[in-house]
Ligand binder design. Structure first.
Ligand SMILES: [Zn+2]
Length: 163
């Protein structure tokens, strides 16, 4: 299960709508493993399949890797994730492995309910809040070709990432 290179902006796959997946497809299972391995190999709290060059609706989220402890569900890989409810507003500083040189404060929903399939094809519903909810929203955006820079309220909110 090899870690793969991260696709960088402005690669067009980052702007395409990713396709629904069938968990029993062996190719999908391979992408799930590679996505997990790639996240494990990088400093990051989430990744979406388009970032490893696959136009598939698969995300990996791991809020246990946040710098400060946050409420979380542990490491998760979700297939065909959908936000079915959202509430409130919250702003966090976001970055993206595909746009490594910048960060920005982005307004998001403070809590979300996600409906998805586990890698074994079992339907699940996850209620998440705070930083983990932000990660879910960022990664699910990737599946629709949306990047965090699209959600900046003002150009001045985009800052160079300090080393
Ligand atoms: Zn990203």
């Amino acid at each position: 299960m090899p870690s793969r290179d991260i696709v960088l902006y402005p690669n067009p796959i980052l702007r395409a709508r990713a396709g629904e997946v069938d968990p029993s497809d062996s190719e999908v299972r391979k992408v799930v493993r590679d996505l997990q391995a790639t996240l494990d190999d990088h400093v990051g709290v989430g990744i979406a399949a388009p970032q490893i060059g696959e136009g598939l609706r698969i995300i990996a989220v791991d809020a246990t890797r946040a710098r400060k402890p946050v409420p979380n569900h542990g490491p998760l890989v979700l297939l065909n994730p959908e936000i079915i409810a959202r509430e409130g507003e919250i702003t966090f500083r976001e970055g993206c492995m595909s746009i490594p040189d910048f960060v920005a404060r982005i307004p998001r929903s403070a809590s979300v309910v996600i409906s998805a399939l586990t890698p074994d094809g079992i339907p699940c519903t996850i209620q998440s809040e705070g930083f983990e909810a932000v990660i879910f929203q960022h990664e699910i955006d990737h599946l629709d070709g949306i990047l965090f820079i699209d959600r900046i309220a003002h150009a001045r909110d985009l800052k160079p990432r300090k080393a």
